[in-house]
Design a protein around this ligand. Structure first.
Ligand code: ZN
Length: 284
C-alpha cells in the first residue's frame, strides 16, 4: 500500500493511493498515518478493506509528510563507502548514529529554507525506514518484522553548522524544513528487497547523486537491530539510512544550494520529491 497524508500544512488527512493513482480517504479508518496505525495488525486491517468503498479525494492536493507524530528521527552517517570517501572520512566499523530534530520534518514538495547566514546548505537522498511495532534489542534476522514501510528522505544538511561549529552533527541537520519525507509511505510488503533500490537526486536539472541501496555498508535489518540495542524504537520513528555519493560537499569545488535552487529526488518505487529553496527570514 501507498499511505499518504494530504491537505494543508498542519491539517493533513490520512489517505491511500489506490490503483491508477486514485487517492482515497482513510479518515474514518485511522486517526492519522502514524503511531499505532502503523502496527502490523493495523496495516493488515487496512489492507483487508474494500478500497472501492473508500471515498475518492477529487482534487489533487498537497502531500504532507507521509508520517504523523514522528517521535524520533535517527540517521545513519557515512553508510555508503563511496560517500564516506568523498567526505574524507573512513568507512565506519559500526554504524555512525545521529539525531535530526523532528521539527525539521516537512512535506515532500514544500519549500526548503536556507538558514540565515548559511553558505553550505547541501542535499542527501536517503532511504527512510518507518518503524511499525515497538523494537527493543531485536535480532538482525527479525528486524524487518518491526518495519511498517519505506519512504524517501532528503536529509538536508548545513555543512558549516554540521562540521565547523563544534559539537554534534545535529546542529547542521535540524533546521526547519531540513527533512522532507514522502510522498508516500510504501508498506514493507511492496518492497521485497530494500537493498536493491535505485536512487537519484538532481539540483537545477543536474544529476549529482545516482546510487543504489545495494552499496549500503550496513543494510536496513542491521541498522534496525543495531539501533534497537541502544534505544527503543517506537511506531512512527524514522531511520534515515545514509546517502550515496554526490552530495554538494563532495564536488570539486563544492557546490551548495542557493535561494531558488530546485532539488528533485527519487527512490525506485517510493516516489519523487521536488523542493525549491528559499531564504529563511529571521524572526524580529
Ligand atoms: Zn544523511
Amino acid at each position: 500500500m501507498k499511505l499518504v497524508r494530504y491537505g494543508e500544512s498542519g491539517r493533513e488527512k490520512p489517505g491511500l493511493l489506490g490503483a491508477g493513482g486514485v487517492l482515497r480517504s482513510l479518515e474514518h479508518v485511522v486517526d492519522d498515518i502514524g503511531g499505532d496505525a502503523l502496527s502490523a495488525a493495523s496495516l493488515a486491517r487496512i489492507a483487508a478493506l474494500d478500497l472501492e468503498q473508500l471515498p475518492r479525494v477529487a482534487d489533487v492536493p498537497r502531500y504532507g509528510p507521509a508520517v504523523a507524530r514522528v517521535g524520533k528521527m535517527i540517521c545513519v552517517g557515512l553508510n555508503y563507502a563511496d560517500h564516506a570517501a568523498e567526505s574524507g572520512m573512513p568507512v565506519p566499523k559500526e554504524p555512525v548514529l545521529f539525531m535530526k530534530a523532528t521539527t525539521a520534518i516537512t512535506g515532500p514538495n514544500d519549500p526548503v529554507l536556507i538558514p540565515r547566514g548559511s553558505v553550505k546548505t547541501d542535499w542527501e537522498v536517503e532511504l527512510g525506514v518507518v518503524i511499525g511495532d515497538i523494537a527493543r534489542d531485536v535480532s538482525v534476522d527479525s528486524a524487518l518484522d518491526y518495519v511498517a514501510g519505506y519512504l524517501v528522505v532528503n536529509d538536508v544538511s548545513e555543512r558549516e553548522f554540521q562540521l565547523e561549529r563544534g559539537g554534534q552533527w545535529v546542529k547542521g541537520k535540524s533546521f526547519d524544513t531540513f527533512a522532507p519525507i514522502g510522498p508516500w509511505l510504501v508498506t514493507r510488503d511492496e518492497v521485497p528487497d530494500p537493498q536493491n533500490l535505485a536512487m537519484w537526486l538532481e539540483v537545477d536539472g543536474h544529476r549529482y547523486q545516482n546510487g543504489n541501496t545495494r552499496t549500503m555498508v550496513f543494510g536496513v535489518g542491521s541498522c534496525v537491530s543495531y539501533i534497537s540495542r541502544f534505544m527503543t524504537l517506537m511506531p512512527g520513528d524514522i531511520i534515515s539510512t545514509g546517502t550515496p555519493p554526490g552530495v554538494g560537499l563532495g564536488q570539486r569545488p563544492p557546490v551548495y544550494l542557493r535561494p531558488g535552487s530546485v532539488m528533485e529526488l527519487e527512490i525506485e518505487g517510493l516516489g519523487r520529491q521536488r523542493q525549491v529553496t528559499v531564504a529563511a527570514r529571521g524572526s524580529s
